[in-house]
Design a protein around this ligand. Structure first.
Ligand code: COA
Length: 150
């Protein structure tokens, strides 16, 4: 089941984030900040009180492009379609807010994430050199939503 995260989820979100990334993590404080603001949405896949995965979207004024800020699946649930479901739900949430595209940065050595987003029709549109704390470069990937037919 995919639902919007609440403050009660912050400890678990931060724990999965901590286990999923070796650097450039979203802190517990940042999750709290994100959840208290109207310009982001954190979707979680939860069942029986367990968070299987989550995805945070950021919205900015003056642009209809939303950013996938973080996404992770808990170790026990990897490879079972959790992230794919979250990406689909994020696209629906972005469309519902009038967005025309999603974009994100991905470490060039993140094979799983590049596979996930490529499989979901995201395409590389640029790169950032030495984007991450450890000096790794990032691909910039995006998906433009089809225009609604009149
Ligand atoms: C990337 C990540 C979110 C994928 O989560 P997941 O729930 O295991 O992914 P899914 O089971 O939904 O897989 C969807 C697609 O992703 C790709 N994928 C997932 N794991 C993969 C792997 N280890 N190697 C290659 N491709 C992979 C595949 O294309 C897969 O589709 P398929 O099963 O039809 O082949 C997960 O590995 C993770 O949490 N990684 C650590 C955090 C991270 O790197 N986040 C991304 C930051 S940009």
């Amino acid at each position: 089941m995919i639902r919007n995260a609440s403050m009660e989820d912050v400890a678990m979100l931060a724990a999965i984030e901590e286990a999923s990334f070796s650097g450039d993590r979203v802190s517990r404080r940042s999750f709290r900040h994100l959840l208290s603001q109207g310009n982001s949405v954190t979707l979680i896949d939860a069942a029986a009180g367990e968070i299987r995965g989550y995805l945070t979207l950021l919205f900015r004024a003056n642009t209809t492009r939303a950013r996938v800020y973080t996404i992770a699946t808990a170790a026990a649930w990897k490879g079972r379609g959790v992230a794919a479901g979250l990406v689909r739900a994020a696209e629906q949430a972005a469309l519902a807010r009038g967005c025309t595209a999603l974009y994100l940065e991905i470490r060039k050595d993140n094979v799983a994430s590049i596979g996930l987003f490529t499989n979901n029709s995201y395409r590389v549109f640029g790169e950032y050199e030495e984007y991450y704390e450890d000096g790794m470069d990032a691909w910039r990937m995006e998906k433009l939503f089809p225009r609604p037919t009149a």
